[in-house]
Design a protein around this ligand. Sequence first.
Ligand SMILES: C=C(O[C@@H]1C=C(C(=O)O)C=C[C@H]1O)C(=O)O
Length: 298
Amino acid sequence: MTKLRISIVQYLNTAPLVWGFTNGPLQGKYDLSFTVPSECAEDLRAGRADVAIIPAIEYQRIPGLAILPDMAIASKHQVRSLLIVAKKPIEQVKTFALDSSSRSTQVLTRILCAEKWRIAPEFSEAVPDLPEMLDNADAALIIGDPALRISLGIAKDGWPGAPGQTVCQAATLGFTGSELLYVSDVVGEWRRLTQLPAVLAVWALGRELAAPELTADFLASRDFGLAHLGEISYEAAQDLELPEQALEAYLRDNIDFSLDAENRRGLELYFEHAAKLGLIGKAKAIQWAPAKSAAVKL
Ligand SMILES: C=C(O[C@@H]1C=C(C(=O)O)C=C[C@H]1O)C(=O)O
């Protein structure tokens, strides 16, 4: 039998979800590939993958999908790896470069601009290179490990600005075209707007493939990952050349790997806002893949 193909986000935040597949008892069972979130969605849409972790908004844009229950890349209060970096206070921003690896957070950013900051900047997409983005726009959205690296840098050298913002010298982030940069955490801003968490990514697959045994493998892989956060952080610290303790704190405190009731409410409200702004059609209800009644422990 050929192995199911799984398309996986290459950032650290997804490592716990797949640790059972990459470093645990389910190693070798599936055919794994790693890329940025926007490409994971394209892999599923184009049939290059059978299962993918997709930006949550893409569930609304790709027909015929089911979502695996109880798991996600979500964040309750502050995420640290989804950042808006602006050359001026956010209310004055007129041009905005959006990380082309992102789909979910691009939409969150547009919602925040329209409904929180009441600005209507001109948006463009760009590869995640902060100095280049800020050479061409007043503000930039950057996601994933490159954003986490920025967060860890400004934790040392920045200072608090307006509520939820950090201000730093532009030079701290390797940018010379302005004196100060204003950094906002996208989940922090979303939480202040809605009092709810943000769900960034979900496991999705074609409905015909959804089966309790498959859901059970993904849940078991996630639980195996959560039991090995120390090991995951140790390995990531070597790869990313970032401090192990800070990476472990990020995985424990900033990322939430569940789809609990509060996260599901956050996700539904997000779909409603996106539909209201015309970024998706009318939001469709979530079709869940079936699960076994009791979790399996690896
Ligand atoms: C928390 C994050 O969430 C990611 C953000 C995504 C998006 O903006 O489309 C998609 C997948 C997630 O892995 C992150 O990458 O830092």
